[in-house]
Ligand binder design. Structure first.
Ligand code: NAX
Length: 334
């Protein structure tokens, strides 16, 4: 094995990371001929006495898998060490919403974490780094990190809408009685929140417009869209915990998509730093349909049309992201 890839993961003792790290180390993502060095970040013992212990336990389990592709595991509470030379960075750790916390407080509390991590990434990551923000509110956390780590080009920063994408694909497949691979061209527009717009109007089922296969428009508008938007909450209601392995799976699908070209007749959903596509203000982190080249790069699929229903939903999710941007404006250097 001549190739080595350094992968930094934050929130590495949390439940999403727990469901993801073995898969990252195993060769599933980077292939059987690439050695993986995992650089795992948690919060210091002075902030939470249990987090580093839990992370050390996770590292012991990873060792005990004896993956031929796993070269080294570093555990640290210092972002500069975690991001040192990292080629791929998965920012999963974030501050959870505390009791009585307002949305604005959550945005600014997380924003402060992502100011520091954006700067640390710009200082230490590898020159070819690719960054995925999973920790919520992921679009705005990505916005803050990017604006504070601008030495890293805008196109290297993405936030995760892939779990939403997979949820939407599965929901259409179940409704139309097909397998998941028959559903293509799904887009999650906008925010990874309950304003996201899962776009059934441009999606396809067995190559045909989804709206020709599922002709029950009322179901699409009043069941499918809210089901996707509220899926996270529905899982919490059942499990008593938020989505974990489906979220880890979404993150790995996102990375795998960047490592493999998107098939000609399909695209994937990613939230990216807007260059103004579809009229979104530049610099906002917005969920788009994307095609990838297999070398870590994406391009936005241009020219899709939305109908009146879709446009209304699209406007709402853009409005929410603009409000989130306003809530963290003090954290964005001009
Ligand atoms: P957990 O609470 O299980 O784990 C989070 C971990 O992050 C904790 O171990 C905590 O100590 C650590 N952490 C907090 N601040 C940190 C910092 N500054 N540096 C390093 N580590 C830090 O949450 P989990 O269920 O794993 O979810 C992780 C994040 O993913 C949450 O923000 C969650 O909201 C978000 N999600 C995002 C999804 C998406 O589609 N974008 C879906 C799933 C998930 O809910």
């Amino acid at each position: 094995m001549s190739k080595v890839v350094r992968v930094a993961v934050t929130g590495a003792a949390g439940q999403v990371s727990y469901s993801m790290l073995a898969r990252l180390a195993s060769g599933e993502v980077f292939g059987p001929n690439t050695h993986v060095i995992l650089q795992l970040l948690e919060i210091p013992r002075s902030v939470n006495p249990k987090a580093m212990d839990a992370l050390e336990g996770v590292a012991m389990e990873l060792e005990d898998c004896a993956f031929p592709t796993l070269k080294e595991i570093k555990v640290t509470d210092d972002p500069l060490q975690a991001f040192d030379g990292a080629n791929w960075v998965l920012l999963v750790g974030a501050a959870p919403r505390g009791p009585g916390m307002e949305r604005k407080d959550l945005l600014t509390k997380n924003g402060q974490i992502f100011v520091g991590q954006g700067k640390a990434l710009a200082a230490r990551a590898a020159s070819d780094v690719r960054i995925l923000i999973v920790g919520n509110p992921c679009n705005t956390n990505c916005l803050v990190a990017y604006h504070n780590g601008k030495d890293i080009p805008a196109e290297r920063w993405t936030a995760m809408t892939r779990l939403d994408h997979n949820r939407a694909v599965s929901a259409l497949a179940v409704k139309s009685g097909v397998t998941n691979d028959a559903v293509t061209c799904m887009t999650i527009w906008g925010n990874h929140s309950n304003t996201q717009y899962p776009d059934f109007t441009n999606a396809k089922i067995n190559g045909k417009p989804a709206t020709e296969v599922i002709t029950d428009r009322k179901w699409l508008e009043t069941s499918f869209v809210p089901q996707c938007q509220e899926r996270g909450k529905a899982i919490i209601n059942k499990r008593g915990l938020s989505s974990a392995f489906s979220a880890g799976n979404g993150a790995l699908d996102h990375v795998k998509s960047l490592l493999k070209p998107t098939p000609a007749n399909d695209w994937v959903s990613m939230a990216t730093v807007s260059k103004g596509e579809y009229g979104v203000p530049k610099g906002l982190v917005f969920g788009y349909p994307c095609k990838t080249d297999g070398a870590g790069n994406y391009s936005i699929v241009e020219g899709l049309q939305l109908d009146a229903f879709g446009k209304t939903k699209w406007d709402l999710t853009l409005k929410e992201l603009l409000e989130e941007q306003d809530a963290v404006k003090e954290l964005l250097p001009s």
